[in-house]
Design a protein around this ligand. Sequence first.
Ligand code: GLA
Length: 380
Amino acid sequence: MSVAERFEELYGQAPEGVWAAPGRVNLIGEHTDYNDGFVMPFALPHTALAAVRRRDDGVLRLHSADIGDAPVSLDVDALAPGGPGAWTDYPAGVVWALRDAGHKVGGADIHIASTVPTGAGLSSSAALEVVTALALNDLYELGLERGKLARLCQRAENVYVGAPTGIMDQTASACCTDGHALFLDTRDLAQRQVPFDLAAEGMQLLVVDTRVKHSHSEGEYGKRRAGCEAGAAALGVSALRDVPFEGLSEALARLDDEEVRRLVRHIVTENRRVERVIELLSAGDVRAIGAVLVEGHASLRDDFRISCPELDLVVASAVDAGALGARMTGGGFGGSAIVLAEVDAVEAITKAVVAAFAGAGFSEPRVFAATPSPGARRVE
Ligand code: GLA
């Protein structure tokens, strides 16, 4: 049954439209987005689909194909941060954020079906937020551009849901385009679509979902963020973005907290790695980004300390089996890794990773190929 048909079955009327918003993987630039730094995500083919119809009585009804129960019914005037901690917080938080910013949004019936794996570090929550925001933007004719919608979705996540995340995931879901990675400067929010066509070069990018759910990591995420802010304060800059790569040793010498020193080193080197990937891609030297990915993983593992044995094993076993490079992607503490490989080597690498997981007694990982896909859009 299609999303529109299921909507009609649930709510007794056809939806006014159906919208899609993708999950993402981040190619490079991890934990830089709350340090005013650089990121480079691309959209996955996996999307959250939302069938939506406006209501004129101020009621918001939400239903998810994954949950199956009757729709949850909320009063839009009564929406306030500190929801029940359920999936409904994401779409409800977006309605709250839009209204809180003064946009005239009334009620709606919404049915959502998502193929973005949850808890896998692939931004399933950003997909839920962005699909809701785009649908309401269209139906209520708010005229907001995508970057603005992404910022409102981030506000929903930060304030309504209460997760202190950066701007990358929502911007990726809202603004990515087919065949491109999105270079985003999270300080001025300038964007550049960078062509990223691996198939044309005989390569593929695999996503390996370790199935280690990262959802309990929010406290650790907040600690890293606070540590980075402490580092910036100690160095007298407004964000770690302002520490140039060339000035790293000098900056490190001025910090006496070893933990903060490690966080600073990761952020400064990671921004440099994003620049390096851009340089390599513009020079057509795509294979060379593999080594940069591996370096990035080591930095997240040893300096930022947000990897886990399963993620480390993906990287080690994939590289051993001939991958050009690999690294964890997203917030960390579980979730997914990406693997860059020659097309011809994909099968052997996949087998090697799966065998390594079996050998270590880990659950079987889910492996799929990811091509840079379109960002959020109206589909019906
Ligand atoms: C999560 C957050 C993003 C970003 C990444 C790490 O996905 O939502 O804002 O900080 O972690 O790069």
